[in-house]
Design a protein around this ligand. Structure first.
Ligand code: AHR
Length: 495
């Protein structure tokens, strides 16, 4: 038995809708035969797969980061604009695939418009620097009248794109990154680049690179050094994290949100430490611009990949448990909605993605699609704090943790409360009680779980795993009661 308390008076913060972002990288089949496949039967005049566009809209994604990822650290954006038959084929050093450059800046802006998402751009601070970043933001954001925006106009795009959010490089702390740097080297380059980009467009929102994951030896120190130099020039610091079951330890995997939660808290602490040192009134917010479940143990590493044409890469097939973990990570992001303003499920299509496609064939929803789509759809504008009194589970990685991981949102306009909760126990169902103010009713209770926790969706069986409607959840005498099976994700909507 567990008791969950929620009250519209206990507010965490407003939800920035960019929390429901995703990520498109020139990696594997995310772009080619993912979002872009001119030969596909559903392709529109731009070559965009409309079956994929429909799923992207259904997923409820709000912002999409592009073009990488590790790819961006050796990308020459100029190769991807202008007449397609004059664009070069080039070896991408990040993933060692031959980039055909048939999809680039103008195509991604057009695709974003059709998908109804805000593009979030990353600049190359690996092989390139200040000049190229300034030139790119001039190409995208300046009105006609000088060389670079005139090139955009010549390429058929009169109006400036007005791209607001820009990431200053990608994972620059990682030794795997082309052009990776020490914290001091990166901080200096980020400061200079941010300063120059703002001269082109003072309205930019800039994201400084944080650590690639919480296990990096420089985690914490990296953020301090970078923010001490860039504090006045950037709005956000980035975080990345990928989770996977290791050595059969599914209990720790189901509790992966503990790591994300601690990572967010410590980056906030570091940012606020720098704020105090600088005696600044400004608060740095967080862009969790890569997160997901990823079985990295199966990845051979960049040098394990031969030089080849673009083809499948890290196309993880997601299980029911993976979807429960993704649901719990979304709960964590919402729990920190006061400081996390942007978050990107990495990636969007085929590459560790909620949407899978076959070249020339079908597109379908992976298991992780469902908790994301339902959270994006039903999370209200304000996050409320939840307090849970209930059982704990023992994990090898995090020790004893609460079995239930939860958050709630409130919509003042409609009075709707949405409760998101995961049962992280592998063995025990939990009977949950939620005392509520008079007048509320249960609109619906949707859940994701399965007797076969390893079940997956596939082209042959695309709806093997879908959310179920739970009928037994009721509200009697001001108490809502629900039963949560082991390893399950839930959305309880109350009006
Ligand atoms: O999303 C896959 C890769 O993971 C990205 O390119 C990189 O930023 C991260 O290490």
């Amino acid at each position: 038995m567990a008791r969950l308390v929620v009250d519209p008076a206990f507010v965490v913060g407003a939800v920035d809708r960019r929390l429901f972002g995703s990520f498109v990288e020139h990696m594997g089949r995310c772009v080619y035969t993912g979002i872009y496949e001119p030969e596909h039967v559903t392709a529109d005049a731009d070559g965009f797969r409309q079956d994929v566009l429909e799923l992207v809209r259904e997923l409820g994604v709000t912002a999409v980061r592009y073009p990488g990822g590790n790819f961006v650290s050796n990308y020459d954006w100029e190769d991807g604009v202008g007449p397609k038959d004059q664009r070069p084929r080039k070896l991408d050093l990040a993933w060692r695939a031959i980039e055909p450059n048939q999809f680039g800046t103008d195509e991604f802006v057009a695709w974003s418009g059709k998908a109804g998402v805000e593009p979030v751009w990353a600049v190359n601070l690996g092989t390139r620097g200040i000049k190229e970043a300034v030139e790119l933001v001039s190409y995208t954001n300046l009105p006609a009248g000088t060389e670079l925006p005139d090139r955009r106009v010549a390429n058929g795009h009169e109006a400036p794109y007005g791209i607001k959010v820009w990431c200053l490089g990608n994972e620059m702390d990682g030794p795997w990154q082309i052009g990776h740097k020490t914290a001091e080297e990166y901080a200096r380059l980020a400061e200079e680049t941010a300063n120059a980009m703002r001269r082109v467009d003072p309205g930019l929102e800039l994201v400084a690179c944080g650590s690639s994951n919480s296990g990096m030896p420089t985690f914490g120190e990296w953020e301090r050094v970078v923010l001490e130099r860039t504090y006045d020039l950037v709005e956000h610091i980035s975080l990345h994290a990928y989770y996977e079951p290791r050595d059969g330890d599914q209990a720790s995997f189901l509790a992966a949100a503990e790591d994300m939660d601690r990572m967010i808290s410590s980056v906030i602490a570091t940012a606020d430490h720098v704020k105090a040192l600088k005696r600044s009134d400004k608060e740095i917010t967080l862009s969790f611009d890569e997160w997901n479940v990823w079985r990295q143990q199966d990845f051979p590493g960049e040098l394990g990949l031969g030089i080849r044409e673009v083809g499948p890469l890290i196309e993880d097939t997601y299980t029911v448990d993976d979807a429960v973990v993704v649901g719990s990570l979304l709960i964590t992001l919402l729990r920190h909605a006061d400081r996390v303003k942007i978050a990107c499920l990495a990636q969007l299509v085929n590459v560790i993605a909620p949407i899978r496609t076959e070249p020339g064939g079908a597109a379908w929803r992976q298991t992780i699609f469902h908790p994301f789509a339902l959270t994006a759809k039903y999370a209200g504008p304000t996050v409320l704090r939840t307090a849970v009194d209930g059982p704990e589970v023992e994990t090898a990685k995090f020790g004893k943790v609460p079995a239930l991981w939860s958050t709630a949102t409130y919509d003042e306009r409609t009075g709707e409360i949405a409760i998101f909760v995961v049962n992280r126990s592998e063995t025990d169902k939990i009977d949950l009680e939620i005392p509520l103010a008079p007048g509320l009713t249960v609109t619906e209770h949707l859940a994701l779980y399965d007797d076969d926790r390893g079940a997956v969706n596939s082209a042959a069986d695309p709806d093997r795993v879908t959310p179920r409607r739970i009928d037994g959840t009721e509200l009697v005498d001001g108490v809502c009661t629900a039963t949560l099976p082991p390893a399950s994700w839930h959305l309880i909507r109350l009006t």
